[in-house]
Design a protein around this ligand. Sequence first.
Ligand code: SF4
Length: 336
Amino acid sequence: METKNTILQIENLKVEFRVGKKCVHAVNDVNLTVHRGKTLGIVGESGCGKSVTAHSILKLLPQNGRIVDGKILFAETAEGPVKELQNMKRTGQEIRAIRGQKIAMIFQDPMMSLNPVYTIGSQIMENLKLHEKLEEREAKARIIHLLGQLGIPEPEQRYKEYPHQFSGGMKQRVMIAIAMICNPSLLIADEPTTALDVTIQKQILRLMQKLRDDFGTSVILITHNMGIVAEACDEVAVMYMGRVVESGPVRQIFENPQHPYTRALLRSVPVPGMRSDVELKSIEGSTPDASIQFDHCEFEPRCEYASEQCRGGFPQARECEPGHVVRCFLRGGGES
Ligand code: SF4
């Protein structure tokens, strides 16, 4: 792995879940690259494997899930060294030194993640003390400073308050503070704005972009919404049934989408710059049961361009323009 520009590289990752007697292939042959100081969006419908991919990085898979193949390579600094996360034990010393300190995660619902009986300050302090030895006064000053940087007014006062005294958007800022207090080099945000209204959503996305720019933090942003990708990401990987079907720089994917699923996602939500007369269309059909093991392109049952070739096997990933990779037999996106 090249460490100067790359902080995280996932190579041919496969993750399986045991569900009763069934084996579910949640992530299949996934390749992803996160560049330093950039935001990679992972987008797709629920159950496509985007959260499982993110949880695999920090060894946060549930007990019935396991990485069966592939590599997760992480280089905190441009000088290296490269660490292989896939082999670390989920409760081991090595991953605990990385989780929360070098790679931090924020989740969708701050209500579920904040403890109602502890003050905001003590919950951020807990994460800080776990990873760094600091005097109480110094730690408190750092937390208050960060709360202010995150746009929380009167941070000294808010430090002493409880989660129920915060609005949804302010709670999500607190979650970002918990994640950012140890200056992680990589932040994974799993649907961080889904529970928030549109105005607050925009504020949180802007805040995450600011963090990326001010602290040089690299970000993985997981979302089902292409509008959020357009607003907040530099690069994007589109996932469908455990596979990355298209990836590349956001601008290229939006201007020249190649995979029929990417096109369908783009037609289903308003994206910035879209003409007001464009009709939004929901994606036809539903995602097949994840336990079904396909012997050909998984999108075939929903694809308007499906041909005999598509029912005969899996398309290989190919580069259709520099940095823009697609996994589809169709050439030129299928549009005349
Ligand atoms: Fe559709 Fe065929 Fe491309 Fe699959 S490989 S997305 S079925 S055109």
